[in-house]
Design a protein around this ligand. Structure first.
Ligand code: ZN
Length: 342
């Protein structure tokens, strides 16, 4: 009779399970506590005849041992499960944490794009100082003594030494490259330049230029045109047209200003191109023989072309930016719009 009851309890213990604290407590109440079925088995001892007490006692102790062992096993199991659940306590439906990502400044991106285009057709990169002497910025470039660009309104001179100035163009790097290298020379010089001008939507005292120089035997104006056609199409798109307008620069002869067809109206005329259908991107020409000679290059043997373009100008045309000052104001609302560049 007792035997049968004990066996039933034992199999119930073996089959018992718990997934959480509540089920663990239910197990404790059923098999461990004083009022549990096991507790009742102990209470029963007093009704057992004396000669059977020892045997009964052993059986009940076995049940208690079994119940205790199982209880510990279930505690361990529930604890391990809750630990694991805690480590995976992620709500995958929550919005992701926003990590702001910076971007490349539109001028840096434009400069980089210009470099890429010219590097692919064999131009290397060269740099020069932003604080220049008169020779590299003016004299070697064939600027006559009384040229207006030398006057105070255009150039930032060092007060105590009129021979030193902040360079007004990247053409000074041409001179440095020609002085230190023998032709063939094919080089691109991007950099910052300075002019003593009032800051407005269209002018700034600090801006960026990129200078190109190609000196070799038999370099002609056709090479200059083809190089700049290539650049304009790569930079602004296949449909872009280029025109050269006769102009004057002291360091090139002949000289031409470079216009491209207006990107906004495609040449029909709009307020960006002031109705002409064309916008200017820079100046160019064949290097004046005097400049070659000033730099120690034989002008009978070698010819060359040079061009200079404003990086701000190109970025403004490409991205339809109307005010030059935006580039230096560091307004994130403006800069954010270029986050996808490069
Ligand atoms: Zn237009």
């Amino acid at each position: 009779m007792h035997q049968e009851k004990i066996e039933t309890i034992k199999s119930a213990i073996v089959l018992a399970d718990a997934q959480n604290q509540d089920e663990l407590e239910a197990y404790r109440l059923k098999f461990i506590s004083k009022k549990s079925v096991v507790g009742e088995l102990f209470a029963e001892i007093r009704n057992i005849p004396n000669e059977q007490k020892k045997e009964y006692g052993q059986l009940v102790n076995e049940v208690k041992q079994l119940a205790d062992n199982k209880f510990q096993e279930l505690i361990d199991k529930v604890n391990a499960a809750s630990k694991k659940a805690k480590s995976m306590d992620l709500d995958l439906t929550l919005p992701a944490t926003y990590i702001p990502v910076g971007g490349i400044h539109p001028l840096t991106a434009t400069r980089q794009r210009i470099i890429e285009i010219f590097e692919r057709i064999g131009f290397n990169l060269s740099e020069g100082p932003e604080i220049e002497d008169d020779w590299h910025n003016f004299t070697a470039l064939n600027f006559p003594e009384n040229h207006p660009a030398r006057e105070m309104q255009d150039t930032f001179f060092i007060e105590k030494n009129p021979d030193i100035a902040l360079r007004t163009h990247t053409s000074s790097v041409q001179v440095r490259v020609m002085e230190s290298h023998k032709p063939p020379i094919r080089t691109l010089s991007p950099g910052r330049v300075y002019r003593n001008e009032a800051i407005s939507a269209r002018a700034h005292c600090i801006f960026h230029q990129v200078e190109g120089l190609y000196v070799d035997e038999n370099v002609g104006f056709a090479d200059l045109k083809n190089t700049l056609y290539h650049f304009a199409k790569e930079m602004f798109g296949r449909e872009t047209k280029v025109r050269f307008r006769p102009s004057f620069f002291p360091f090139t002869e002949p000289s031409a200003e470079i216009d491209i067809s207006c990107l906004l109206c495609g040449g029909k005329g709009c307020n960006v191109c002031k109705g002409s259908g064309w916008v200017e991107i820079g100046g160019s020409g064949m290097v004046d023989p005097n400049v070659l000679e000033n730099c120690g290059i034989d002008s009978k043997k070698y010819t060359g072309f040079a061009f200079g373009m404003g990086i701000e100008r190109i970025a403004m045309l490409k991205y339809q930016i109307k005010d030059l000052r935006l580039f230096t104001e560091n307004d994130v609302r403006f800069l954010k719009q270029f986050r996808s560049l490069l």
